[in-house]
Design a protein around this ligand. Sequence first.
Ligand SMILES: NC(=O)c1ccc[n+]([C@@H]2O[C@H](COP(=O)([O-])OP(=O)(O)OC[C@H]3O[C@@H](n4cnc5c(N)ncnc54)[C@H](O)[C@@H]3O)[C@@H](O)[C@H]2O)c1
Ligand SMILES: O=c1ccn([C@@H]2O[C@H](COP(=O)(O)OP(=O)(O)O[C@H]3O[C@H](CO)[C@H](O)[C@H](O)[C@H]3O)[C@@H](O)[C@H]2O)c(=O)[nH]1
Length: 317
Amino acid sequence: MRVLVTGGAGYIGSVVTAALLESGHEVTVLDDLSTGHEDAVPDGARLVQASLHDSAPVLADVRPEAVLHFAAKSLVGESQVAPELYWENNVGGSLALLEAMRAADCRRIVFSSTAAAYGEPEEVPILETAPTRPTNTYGASKLAVDAMLTSYATAYGFAAVSLRYFNVGGAAYGVGERHATETHLIPIALQVAAGTRESLTVYGSDYPTPDGTCIRDYVHVVDLAAAHLLALPAPAAGEHRIYNLGSGTGFSVQEMVDAVRTVTGHELPVVVGDRRAGDPARLVASSAKIHSDLGWAPVHTDLTEIVSDAWAFTQSR
Ligand SMILES: NC(=O)c1ccc[n+]([C@@H]2O[C@H](COP(=O)([O-])OP(=O)(O)OC[C@H]3O[C@@H](n4cnc5c(N)ncnc54)[C@H](O)[C@@H]3O)[C@@H](O)[C@H]2O)c1
Ligand SMILES: O=c1ccn([C@@H]2O[C@H](COP(=O)(O)OP(=O)(O)O[C@H]3O[C@H](CO)[C@H](O)[C@H](O)[C@H]3O)[C@@H](O)[C@H]2O)c(=O)[nH]1
């Protein structure tokens, strides 16, 4: 297929671009390089540096058969203090993209949604039918785009899939997580191991979990890429599917610290700090739906493997 990947210079978008190229797809990346890197775009893909807001001429030129839409702002804390950036970029930008698709008669899309759409869960593992009550503007902006896709499927025959990622980790094809502003646990812990940061602050050790630290569901970016390839041709015209993507296993922050110590051999100084506002105690996905519909199952579920692959990337920089 001829595909357009928005956000293909970012962490997940660049890995999925490499996987698409490997499967024989023709890829154009649209990215404004606000948090991405030109050198992360895999060889073989064309980069057009543009914003989602200016995507119409790009769609008219490329005439893609499908769009994979990763481009977004995704810092939870920032979304709370500067919400306009999230409504403007994630919601306004996605609306501009959908309109550009409509004008170019491209009606197939896979969208990066998030576990943050659910907010504090009533039940774990989280099913797609769980209530969606985001606790931050980032999650709310992604949920708004999910709603947009449902209406574009109904009104305009879009074939759409929202993939709700849980915590993505690992690296592949020589690309990995690399942000000027880093908030995610694995890259921060690896910066400490690499000596570019002094210590890791664990946000709270008084949660109602076995070791008192938060539990998350870590999914390897390679498994995530495989899900995108399966999702791309799956929906019929007029259909909007929503799938969770996680490994189905929860690991605590403390277990992650232990894994990073094992993989890197670094003592990893840790400071126990206050809870971070809006962090649920336990987020674990049920990915049963995508398993039964598309046959997806995560393969790289070992925490050590996720951390090792991210560590190899960190060391390669
Ligand atoms: N990393 C995770 O654990 C995680 C979890 C759930 C969902 N997601 C979602 O997955 C997607 C990719 O996340 P990531 O971690 O790779 O982030 P990233 O910041 O590395 O990548 C996002 C890319 O989009 C580009 N971009 C942002 N706004 C743009 C705009 N208006 N026009 C054009 N390009 C723009 C950035 O330059 C960047 O290259 C995001 O939509 C994010 O919300 C990520
Ligand atoms: O320096 C840090 C960074 C994180 N954490 C903890 O580590 C866990 C993971 O935090 P991340 O920031 O790596 O990830 P989040 O769980 O906050 O966020 C992820 O899951 C969200 C769903 O709630 C969204 O999908 C979001 O896009 C995605 O990055 C949390 O318990 C957090 O409190 C620390 O203790 N110290």
